[in-house]
Design a binder for this molecule. Structure first.
Ligand code: ATP
Ligand code: MG
Length: 541
């Protein structure tokens, strides 16, 4: 202990804090330090000693997340290392800049949260896999010096990289295209090296790529709880591990048997996407929403977000992000070769998609618009056939054509509004209002409540469920009921001629309205379930 609290009040406060800690309570460390800031360095040293001989049954300090190195405070002893300062915290633990006493060199010590190594089996696997990773030697991979346990605290020691992570670098300023390609090519070569040693990283992301002062990249955080060889136990468990925005679809779906090097190629594509556009391909507020998009949606074309991206580079990025592993680059080395070809201005191996592939990926990028266009196309073709066969008059055909055209044009306009964050919610509601208004207009021209087109209302309710918002489902239900109510009034009072060929009894309308309500209740229930699952996984991921 280098500094003693002189004031007796401070000493008593510290004594009281330590006694409560030993009694298994969780005293408020921050409140203590706010009241007695002079205690900071004394407390840090006591905590280091506490790690040397933790009392049986006491909560370890790292578990409680309380081990904080005071800036400018004295170093803390940690076995063969001296912890100098905390450099960052992530989902798995805390990283410290440290000095290895025997060799007098700087290292980084990562302490793993005990919740990540819950069972003895986890510990055994972690150590075996970290040892395999420690045998690797590559200029762009952070070298692991040691893996071990010190008084119950699991840690590993790695080369210290003086600089910052790619995530921190991107938060300061975007990278230019050439630097992004140069960095990714080196990272891809490093990942190829991991793959040659049967290691799939599975959590490649900007915060796991460190950059030194010359922007030289170093891949880190492989060989941790996530390292495994194909065919090992972890592949079979189907656990979802990783970070949703950078996770390959097969990993997001928990298809353990399919997880392999292609997952890392996908993540490399996601990192390139972020370096080029400033945001990952999919990043929703809720991790489960992000996972759903990873599984079924196509990302916005990078050139839409940054027009300076060359077309060839966009193709390389999208090939890495292909949903099917077979459509990605077959190996990280081939991705690196492609990036080298791109740098030299040579012809690329990736080919632009054909018309059908482009159409298919467009429908996955814009599902709301694509589904409306498909439904309207079917409706219009049926009407056109009727017109050609002489079943409907020309004036009716002209009116339906005008409604369909207006519906399509307004759908295109609203789909553009959805791209802007602040417009997306009003645009979604306005789109719903327009859908039911156009359907009502088409029905008023046709046979109203007696037309088979009324099936459009339950379809609107079911479709509203795809936005995964319970309130929106009920909004569309209310609109559909109001709109159908107008048709019922028309049927009985405004256009009694409609009753000529149809049953006048009101029971058909009652049954239809009840069916709409039941449909809405089922859809709202399902959406509610999905949202509950979503927030559950949101807390876990
Ligand atoms: P995750 O737990 O998912 O990996 P993360 O990558 O954000 O999340 P950590 O791996 O704990 O968190 O790393 C936290 C920070 O520590 C990193 O962002 C980086 O700035 C720093 N860091 C990690 N390893 C080193 C190292 N070897 N040398 C220097 N700084 C490092
Ligand atoms: Mg990390």
């Amino acid at each position: 202990m280098q500094e003693q609290p002189e004031d007796e009040g401070e000493f008593r406060a510290l004594d009281d804090y330590l006694q409560r800690l030993q009694a298994g309570e969780s005293p408020d460390r921050r409140a203590l330090l706010e009241k007695h800031p002079d205690l900071a360095s004394a407390l840090a040293c006591l905590e280091a000693l506490d790690r040397l001989a933790p009392p049986a049954g006491a909560v370890t300090l790292l578990q409680s997340g309380d081990l904080q190195m005071p800036a400018g405070g004295p170093p803390c002893d940690f076995g063969a290392y001296e912890l100098l300062a905390e450099v960052g915290r992530g989902g798995m633990g805390v990283v410290y800049k440290a000095r290895q006493k025997s060799l007098d060199r700087l290292v980084a010590v990562k302490m793993i949260l005990s919740s990540h190594l819950a069972s003895a089996d986890h510990v055994r696997r972690f150590q075996a896999e970290a040892k395999a990773a420690a045998r690797l030697s590559h200029p762009n991979i952070v070298h692991i010096h040691e893996v071990g346990q010190f008084h119950g605290q699991h840690y590993f020691v790695m080369e210290h990289v003086e600089g910052m992570s790619l995530a921190q670098r991107l938060a300061i300023a975007p990278l230019d295209v050439d630097s992004a390609v140069r960095i990714l090519a080196k990272v891809a070569r490093a990942v190829a090296h991991l793959h040659r040693h049967q290691i799939v990283h599975r959590d490649l992301k900007p915060s796991n790529i460190l950059l030194d002062s010359n922007d030289e990249p170093y891949v880190t955080d492989f060989g941790l709880a996530k390292v495994f060889a194909p065919g090992s136990e972890m592949t079979a468990t189907g656990v979802i591990a990783g970070t949703p925005s950078y996770m390959a679809p097969e990993q997001a779906a928990g298809r353990g048997a399919e997880i392999g090097p292609a997952c890392d190629i996908y993540s490399l594509g996601a990192i390139l996407y972020e370096m080029l556009t400033g945001r990952p391909p999919f990043a929703e507020e809720n991790p489960l929403d992000t996972l759903m998009q990873v599984l079924s949606r196509e990302p916005t074309l990078p050139r839409r977000l940054n027009s300076r991206i060359p077309r060839g580079l966009e193709l390389i990025c999208l090939k890495c992000l292909a949903k099917s592993p077979q459509d990605r680059y077959p190996s990280a080395d081939e991705l690196a070769d492609e990036l080298d070809r791109y740098c030299r201005g040579e012809a690329l191996a990736v080919k632009p998609p054909n018309l059908i592939q482009r159409l298919w990926s467009w429908t996955r990028r814009e599902p709301a618009l694509a589904s409306r266009l498909a439904a309207l196309a079917v409706f219009y073709v049926v009407e056109l056939v009727n017109f050609v066969l002489g079943a409907v008059p020309a004036s009716f055909h002209a009116q339906i054509t005008a409604i369909t055209a207006a519906w399509i044009l307004s759908s295109f306009a609203l789909q553009q509004c959805l791209r802007f964050q602040r417009w997306s919610i009003p645009a979604r509601f306005f789109w719903g209002v327009l859908d039911s208004a156009f359907l009502l207009a088409a029905l008023l021209i046709a046979d109203g409540a007696a037309s088979p087109l009324v099936v459009g209302y339950p379809l609107l309710i079911v479709g509203s469920g795809l936005w995964f918002r319970v309130r929106f489902v009920w909004f569309m239900t209310a609109l559909s009921l109001a709109s159908y109510g107008v048709l019922v009034v028309e049927f009985y009072y405004w256009s009694p001629e409609l009753q000529r060929n149809f049953d006048r009894a009101p029971d058909r309308h009652v049954v239809f309205i009840v069916a709409m309500l039941v449909t809405a209740a089922v859809v709202a229930y399902l959406v509610d379930r999905v949202r509950a699952l979503s927030s559950y996984f949101g807390q876990r991921l």
